[in-house]
Design a protein around this ligand. Sequence first.
Ligand SMILES: [Zn+2]
Length: 115
Amino acid sequence: MAQIDNYDWLNLIPSGWIEIGRTMIEECEAIYPEWEICDLKEKWGQLRCYDNGVPSTLREQVDEILDKYEKISGQTCNICGAPATKLSSGWILPFCDDCAAERPNMVFKSINNGN
Ligand SMILES: [Zn+2]
């Protein structure tokens, strides 16, 4: 089976998160060059990444990176990458004010990033 390049997964995620995903891949590959994504997707308004495993000595370090970008994505507009101020209802995704304003038919609630 042909190997899917880690960066090919970026084509499958919301456009506003592509730079987040790219940085996440760079950090994981820096720790473990053989690092391979087995699934990268949006879930509950955050970017979730699953890999094909890493040496046990690196697991904690890699998980910290994945957790970090999961949180960052939840605070980043999925359309344009600006800091998110709102979450859509129903299918939960983060939006900035501008992208939310362009979607009058969607229902949003404000989020507090708590940083
Ligand atoms: Zn936006």
